[in-house]
Design a protein around this ligand. Structure first.
Ligand code: ADP
Ligand code: MG
Length: 830
């Protein structure tokens, strides 16, 4: 069956590849003529192409010529000629696909092809990398190609932006030598963010592109907008960005004043609850469930009768969060404590993520548990999931070494087809079978022995671990065996890149978390290396990659393996696993454990049984499925919000950059034209303010929209939490969320409109000035007074009574009936 599927898929892939392979001879045919051009003539091609696009020629039609031109420019600048398979990859990227190309195939160079072609349209191309360091590296490295052809190239980083500037040529040779792991800063000149976005090609991380989008939607003047449009994005390491990172949405928030004691109280209570009796842990779903016993205990500790009725959703939420913090989040695994701060450890890379915080009070709960400083609870001003951010782009594409196992998700969520591109050279890497040990200690002992043995031959070893903590532990074992090694716990990506680039040196032993230095390529013999070094390492068998635990996703394991055997080099990979690894603990069946028990083998002696290997892969496939579902779930909910966000942001943008007429028209749409006093007021304001009238109106709209939007985000958050609590009977929480979300959204729009009308008499007065949202917010409360309840529907329990009115009639009904009454033309009495 499996074989049948691979064949079927293999056929599918070769069918998908066909049209792209067909382009290669067309591009190659052009090479002699293009190589004959002078530098100036080659550069002139760019303006020629632009003119042809102006006249209606399509990018598709231009592709062969444009690719040939980029290849020629690369030959002359970088001294690298795109391989044919790189042309194939480039063409896939151009036509909204995911190009699966193995590590070391040169994807950085591949991206230059579609980037150039698509930038010719003048609408800008974004190349998305996994970290700031790589965006600088790639721009300073590839920038020479774009620059040679007359296009601009820029970088956006966390707190800085740069434009590629070829001013300092003397660094050139060094860059071509070291460009794959060192940033040639001589070529990057600091610039305004806005200018970085104006460049033809902009490199940056998903996080920065996404945050800039959100930040722009908090701005009050058109000049402060950073981004111009979302035309074409090429996402490097696309699985990492569109899948792994897509679980955490981007959130812009600021602190509010919620009391620390609150969190301390719940941490204390959680501390007194016991696993199994008071709460159950579901490791698979990373969730906990309080039992009745646990809830009663908590109620006693809180000194209340019934937490649900006495205190409500907020308390239940905090109680659960405190228990989650205790049961599922472990120090030095999911997070570390640095000084008085709790810092997240990225579960995929094992890297610290300072500045990032878990949301919905989880971070505070962990701070309380650790006795760290509890930061103020924050208020969300803007948020979006990566899925919905990347859907903003007219055209999206991606590349990575490992996409096929997530093919379905790429297609279902992003509409991207995955195509696997053949390697430039045949693969020589040998992937050995897993070795399975009964205990983790036994496994580590065996690893240390194996490393010592491999190291004796001079074969370089890269050891991949799942966490920084394991790095340290393993390092101890290696020390005991007397193996000299490097531990990669790098605090920054750049340093990490430099170390990992040397992991292929003769006799090198490097311990690193699985994805440390992702994107930096490991050359045999190190970098720079002599032919002699290279040959020595090659004859020792190339890079030996030793995995110390299977990851939840097969993709991540394949990434680690992919470090070895680049461009047809020899190489070897092997995973060492134990029954105590979390994957095995959670998923290995009791049957296997019994079988293992019966073997009576020393703990550091491996067992190879196909039963266990198979069950490992089944476990991985199952977790991948779980995680896909979890992300789908997040996305389903965000899709509801997305509609709201788009509508509100569109209106906001119109207020910011639209014409004066549009702004005034918007006002006329929301006022009652038969209301003489309002019309009179508008007329008077127009006369009094003159040409300032539209701009005063813009500010009023912007502030009002923002204020209610923030409230709306909060209301939707509560709604989300409460629909889950209500999930009993036949009610589907998601349907409830959608239905009530729509009501909240309608009332948001009504609130904005009526607030603007209500504020008209103050237009142009002191009460409305230009201020950042956070101060606007507190002021706004003052301006609005207490009667400005945000919306009718929120924060009301489903069985609570509300009063509705129609004609002269009033009626008391349950909140859950409200919707049907509203549809019959009743209105809510405040
Ligand atoms: P990937 O991202 O696919 O893992 P990189 O873009 O990091 O690969 O490139 C790996 C190495 O291959 C780099 O050192 C790069 O200079 C080299 N390389 C890529 N393409 C070519 C080419 N066409 N000719 C020569 N070297 C190349
Ligand atoms: Mg790369």
């Amino acid at each position: 069956m499996a074989n049948f599927l691979t064949n079927l898929f293999g056929d599918q892939n070769s069918r998908d590849l066909k049209p792209y392979l067909a382009l290669v001879p067309k591009i190659n045919e052009l090479e002699p003529a293009i190589s004959a051009l002078s530098d100036a003539q080659l550069k002139a091609k760019t303006s020629e192409f632009k003119a042809r696009i102006e006249k209606g020629e399509t990018l598709d039609a231009l592709l062969p010529e444009a690719f040939a031109v980029v290849r020629e420019a690369s030959k002359r600048t970088l001294k690298q000629r795109h391989f044919d398979v790189q042309l194939v990859g480039g063409a896939i990227l151009h036509s909204r696909g995911i190009a699966e190309m193995r590590t070391g195939e040169g994807k950085t160079l591949v991206a230059t092809l579609p980037a150039y072609l698509n930038a010719l349209s003048g609408h800008g191309v974004h190349i998305v990398t996994v970290n700031d360091y790589l965006s600088r590296r790639d721009a300073s490295w590839m920038g020479q190609i774009y620059d040679f052809l007359g296009l601009t190239c820029a970088v956006i980083n966390h707190e800085s932006s740069y434009i590629y500037d070829p001013a300092h040529k003397e660094a050139d040779e060094k860059r071509d030598e070291e460009g794959s792991f060192k940033v040639a800063y001589e070529f990057l000149r600091p610039c305004e963010r806005r200018d970085a976005y104006k460049a033809d090609i902009t490199y940056g991380t998903n996080q920065e592109f996404g945050f800039d989008y959100l930040r722009d939607n908090l701005e009050y003047t058109p000049e402060s907008l950073r981004q111009r449009e979302w035309n074409f994005a090429i996402v490097d390491e696309v699985d990492s960005i569109l899948i792994d990172e897509a679980r955490t949405p981007l959130i812009i928030s600021a602190a509010t004043a919620d009391s620390e004691d609150f969190y301390k109280m719940f941490a204390k209570i959680a501390n007194q609850l016991l696993a199994e009796t008071d709460y159950k842990i579901d490791e698979k779903r990373k969730a906990i469930q309080l039992t009745d016993v646990g809830i009663t205990k908590a109620e006693k500790l809180l000194g209340i009768e019934n937490i649900y009725t006495d205190r409500g959703v907020k308390y239940v939420h905090h109680l659960e969060t405190a228990v989650r913090a205790k049961a599922l989040f472990h120090k030095d695994k999911e997070y570390v404590v640095r000084g008085s701060e709790v810092v997240i450890v990225d579960e995929f890379t094992g890297r610290l993520q300072p500045g990032r915080r878990w949301s919905e009070g989880l971070h505070q709960a962990i701070e309380a548990k650790e006795g760290a400083t509890i930061q103020k609870e924050s208020r969300t001003y803007a948020s979006i999931t990566y899925q919905n951010f990347f859907r903003l782009y007219k055209k999206l594409s991606g590349m990575t070494g490992t996409a096929l196992t997530s093919r379905e998700e790429f297609f279902k969520v992003y509409g991207l087809n995955t195509i696997s591109v053949p390697t430039n050279n045949p693969i020589k890497r040998i992937d050995q079978n897993d070795l399975i040990f009964q205990t983790e200690v036994g496994k580590f002992k065996a690893i240390a022995r194996k490393v010592k043995e491999v190291n004796k031959k001079g074969q370089p070893v890269l050891i991949g671990t799942v966490s920084i903590e394991k790095n340290e532990l393993l390092s101890e074992y290696l020390k005991r065996e007397g193996v000299v090694h490097e531990v990669l716990n790098a605090k920054n990506h750049e340093r990490e890149g430099e170390i990992i680039a040397q992991a292929g040196r003769l006799g090198a032993v490097t311990i690193a978390t699985n994805m440390a230095g992702r994107g930096v390529d490991i050359k045999l013999g190190g970098k720079p290396s002599t032919d002699e070094d290279y040959e020595k390492v090659k004859s020792a068998g190339g890079l030996f990659v030793l995995g110390t635990e299977r990851h939840e996703a097969r993709r991540i394991d394949n990434q680690l393996r992919g470090r070895s055997g680049r461009q047809g080099d020899p190489g070897e990979t092997q995973f060492f696993v134990s029954l105590e690894d979390s994957l095995m603990r959670i998923f290995a069946t009791d049957m296997i454990k019994k079988v293992m028990g019966r073997f009576k083998i020393a703990e550091d002696e491996p067992i190879e049984t196909s039963l266990i290997t198979r069950s490992l892969e089944t476990a991985q496939t199952r977790i991948e499925g779980f995680n896909f579902d979890a992300r789908k779930h997040v996305l389903e909910y965000d899709d509801v919000m997305n509609l709201h966000r788009k509508t509100v942001y569109e209106r906001r943008r119109k207020m910011l950059v639209g014409s004066d007429e549009d702004v005034v028209k918007d006002l006329m749409n929301i006022v009652d034209e038969n209301d003489a006093s309002v019309m009179e007021l508008i007329k008077a304001k127009k006369e009094a303010l003159g040409s300032d009238f539209p701009s005063a109106l813009r500010r009023l709209f912007l502030q009002t929209i923002d204020m209610f939007w923030v409230e709306h985000l909060e209301a939707m958050d509560y709604l989300r939490a409460s629909v889950n609590l209500r999930a009993y009977g036949q009610r589907d929480p998601f349907i409830e969320y959608k239905r009530e979300g729509l009501m909240l959204f309608k009332s948001l729009q009504i609130s904005i409109d009526s607030q603007v009308v209500k504020m008209l008499p103050n237009l142009g007065g002191n009460s409305i000035e230009l201020k950042p949202l956070s101060t606007v917010e507190s002021d706004a409360k003052g301006i609005l007074g207490n009667d400005a309840a945000v919306s009718s529907g929120d924060k009301v329990g489903r069985n609570e009574k509300v009063i509705v009115m129609k004609g002269g009639e009033e009626k008391e009904i349950k909140f859950k009936k409200l919707d049907s009454y509203l549809r019959d033309g009743w209105t809510l009495k405040k």
